[in-house]
Design a protein around this ligand. Structure first.
Ligand code: ATP
Ligand code: MG
Ligand code: FE
Length: 344
């Protein structure tokens, strides 16, 4: 079956088309440049950009896939979580398509889609598996029993998301927005042992209560203090070394807790998803630690880690394949859809 997925939860207008587990097209238009001068995504600007990009993106995806809209068997759309006005554009477009084509509509959870996208690269999901979901707005450890139905949160961030920490530290270091990819690039030339930054919630006492939770705001503050001290002393800030040291701290905590979660649940498969999963150090460190622990690791290629329509199509295809009930046409976007609610 042919499934078309629409993603508009943040600044990417994504339209993906899959046939079964095969990716046919993944058209992504981003309004990022329009937000850069504000140092963050501006909701109104994002919504307008989605409106403008929707039809061209649908056309482009169909052309790349070599299909017509009339050939599509189901429409899938991110119904949350995300920016309310941005989500509305995608949901409205998806409803119109479903109604016009007379095909089922699946409103799905963006976070579960970050997990489901891996099926397009590595085949059927090993279920249950542990998923480390690290993105601009979320950082969680999840026990995925059925990606279309049952996802149990094991832990999440108490403050900043991992991607948010990357973006804030990038700004401190004078790198462009969004900073994750720039920190990654700078860090390649840096010494990751230059500064030993704090690993949040990894002490004995914290582990007792927050074994699978994260905290990155203390780390961000530590980096800020360190940079300030240098600047006040009139000394240059070694950007690459600080970037590498910060990145090492984040990746250390993420991978350590992910492996621990697998062990504690007796699960042999770890899947990493979300924008931060594109990070080269996170991928390498996770591979090393999983190899040591005898855990199979799955991480989609970087382009599938950040927001796109293919991930939504992938989850829609799973919904269809597993006979899940389609959404009604009065589906509403929910900006704070919990990770446990997979069909929006
Ligand atoms: P959410 O999925 O929580 O709703 P989002 O959709 O905005 O948030 P994604 O597109 O999944 O987030 O991820 C974007 C985040 O990923 C940004 O914070 C960005 O800096 C970060 N990111 C992207 N590439 C990298 C990288 N190579 N290294 C570190 N962080 C990265
Ligand atoms: Mg984005
Ligand atoms: Fe995302």
């Amino acid at each position: 079956p042919l499934v078309l997925g629409i993603e508009t939860s943040c600044d990417e207008t994504g339209v993906g088309i899959v046939r079964g587990g095969t990716l046919l097209a993944d058209a992504v238009a981003s309004s990022l440049e329009e937000h850069a001068r504000f140092g963050g995504v501006v909701p109104e600007v994002a919504s307008r950009a989605h409106l403008e990009a929707m039809i061209p993106s649908l056309d482009r995806a169909c052309e790349t896939a070599g299909v017509r809209l009339a050939d599509v068997d189901a429409i899938s759309v991110t119904s949350g979580p995300g920016l309310a006005g941005a989500l509305l554009v995608g949901v409205a477009a998806a409803k119109a398509l479903a109604l016009g084509l007379g095909k089922p509509l699946y409103g799905v959870n963006h976070l579960a889609a970050h997990v489901a996208v891996d099926t397009l690269e590595h085949g059927p999901l090993p279920e249950p598996c542990v998923s480390l979901l690290v993105s601009g707005g979320h950082s969680s450890l999840l026990l995925v029993e059925d990606v279309t139905d049952t996802v149990d949160p094991l832990g999440s961030t108490m403050d900043d998301a991992a991607g948010e920490a990357f973006d804030k530290v990038a700004r401190l270091l004078g790198l462009p927005f969004p900073g994750g990819p720039y920190v990654d690039r700078e860090a390649k030339a840096g010494d990751s042992a230059y500064v030993r930054f704090p690993r949040g919630l990894t002490g004995q006492r914290d582990l007792a209560r927050h074994r699978f939770d994260f905290s990155f705001s203390g780390l961000k503050t530590a980096v800020a203090r360190w940079v300030e001290t240098r600047e006040r002393a009139g000394e240059p800030v070694p950007v690459a070394d600080v970037a590498a040291s910060f990145q090492e701290a984040v990746c250390d905590v993420l991978t350590r807790k992910a492996v621990d979660a697998c062990r504690s649940r007796g699960v042999d498969d770890l899947l990493i998803g979300g924008g931060v999963a594109a990070n080269s150090r996170l991928r390498a460190m996770a591979q090393e630690r999983c190899d040591t622990a005898g855990i199979r690791l799955r991480v989609p290629r970087p382009k599938l880690c950040t927001d796109n329509g293919a991930m939504v199509a992938a989850l829609g295809a799973q919904m269809l394949a597993r006979g899940r009930t389609a959404s009604r046409l009065d589906l509403v976007a929910d900006s704070s859809l919990p990770v446990t609610t997979i069909a929006g």
